[in-house]
Design a protein around this ligand. Structure first.
Ligand code: GDD
Ligand code: MN
Length: 381
């Protein structure tokens, strides 16, 4: 089942024989209100892809304007099949759209490119040829190797953001991104067999990063390219997209249980801030320190709950209502606090431990129990 409307241009789909030809390619283009760029893009693809190379173009469109109609119209003049999948519910943004398009691909190679002509279609045959020659699963068009550049990245601010994001991402995934100089690129070729659609959780713009980390194509090659100016219109990126990217990074980095436990601990540590601030405010307001401690702790618990909900367990929230999850989470967090003292006493009196090591062990024990409890009792059905 799928959640889109499909429109096809008059040129018939590629035949089985054409799809089987080496170098046959499905070009996937995500579009959001790009009607002024479509004709130019299809024109450049027509010029670039030699007629002997079987090629089909799949637009995955989340537009609120007339982009799908413009595509259908422009497709009449194309020598290759053009399909538009229009999504009414744009799940996953740009990345979600690309995955939807990749699932429909019939050829061995898929090329993903933007719809605003910032990615030169003339490079499509070279991306695929490089992949065939080097037996790679993924070929990245990179702005950061010799011969490439980011001419079209307007302004020092965007350049700095792009640099910082690339550096951060490469440091977070040194192994998975080995050999990929431009993990933020939106222009690449990937073998259909390398796309493991069922493990992907695309979230926003960085679909190449998602594929590199979760699908792990066996070998990667790069080809330099010049990131051009947009042909028409403006970038659809926004501050909201920036936050989505940070969430995407956290999601990728905490895919394993051990990494998730580390994330849980880091978020827990940030809870000290609201906790201490609350304690300060309440005691200044004249409250006795014991009820102040108890109340301030709830502030830390609430803070942790919000962060954990949005960063760590985003895709596991469907099993319970939010207040059910909040209640269970608060119960676990407070039980942790209540149980710590008797646990320390047990370690000291029964096992003869020193006060300091008993406290450390109790902290670690309650932390692990709280993490396991949160996984099993709050976020699992
Ligand atoms: N279907 C769909 N849904 N398409 C989208 C969406 C969406 O929510 N958001 C954007 N697009 C489409 C745009 O219409 C365009 O065709 C393409 O995705 C890229 O969007 P831009 O808004 O032009 O992106 P950009 O130029 O700021 O960023 C590009 O370059 C970056 C490198 O600097 C993208 O390729 C990024 O992925 C890349 O990191
Ligand atoms: Mn763009």
């Amino acid at each position: 089942s799928h959640d889109y409307t499909e429109y096809s241009a008059p040129v018939p789909d590629l035949s089985a024989a054409e799809l089987a030809e080496p170098g046959a390619v499905t070009i996937v283009v995500p579009t959001f209100n790009e009607s002024a760029n479509i004709r130019q893009l299809l024109h450049r693809i027509t010029e670039s892809v030699p007629s002997r190379l079987p090629c089909e173009v799949v637009f995955v469109d989340d537009s609120t304007d007339d982009t799908p109609e413009v595509i259908r119209d422009a497709a009449r003049d194309c020598p290759f099949p053009v399909t538009v999948l229009h999504r009414e519910e744009p799940v996953g943004g740009l990345g979600g759209a690309v995955v939807e398009g990749m699932k429909t691909a019939g050829s061995d190679w898929i090329v993903v490119m933007d719809g605003d002509c910032q990615h030169p279609p003339s490079l499509v045959p070279e991306l695929v040829a490089t992949g065939e020659r080097s037996n790679a699963g993924l070929v990245v068009a990179s702005r950061y190797i010799k011969g490439g550049s980011r001419a079209g990245l307007a302004g020092n601010y965007r350049v700095a953001v792009s640099r910082g994001a690339t550096w951060l991402t490469k440091s977070l995934f040194p192994r998975r991104l080995h050999g990929i100089s431009d993990p933020m690129s939106g222009f690449f070729a990937i073998r259909r067999s390398a796309v493991t659609a069922d493990v992907l959780k695309p979230l926003g713009y960085k679909i190449l990063l998602e594929l590199a980390v979760r699908s792990r194509p066996r070998a990667v090659s790069e080809v330099p390219f010049v990131f051009e100016e947009r042909f028409a219109g403006e970038s659809k990126s926004s501050a909201r997209e920036g936050f989505r990217f940070l969430r995407h990074l956290v999601g990728l980095r905490t895919a394993s249980p051990v990494a998730r436990m580390v994330g849980f601990g880091l978020i827990g540590a940030t809870g000290f801030l609201p906790n201490l601030l609350g304690l300060w405010a309440l005691t200044v307001a004249g409250l006795h320190y014991v009820p102040a401690e108890i109340l301030a702790n709830q502030l830390g618990v609430a803070w942790n709950f919000v962060l954990i909900e949005h960063l760590l367990f985003r895709d596991r929230r469907a099993h319970r209502r939010w207040w059910d999850r909040a209640g269970r989470f608060a119960l676990l967090a407070n039980a942790d606090l209540v149980l710590r003292i008797p646990l320390i006493a047990l370690f000291v009196h029964r096992f003869g431990m020193g006060a300091l090591s008993a406290t450390a062990l109790a902290l670690v024990t309650t932390f692990v129990v709280r993490f396991a409890g949160t996984e099993a009792l709050v976020y699992l059905p």
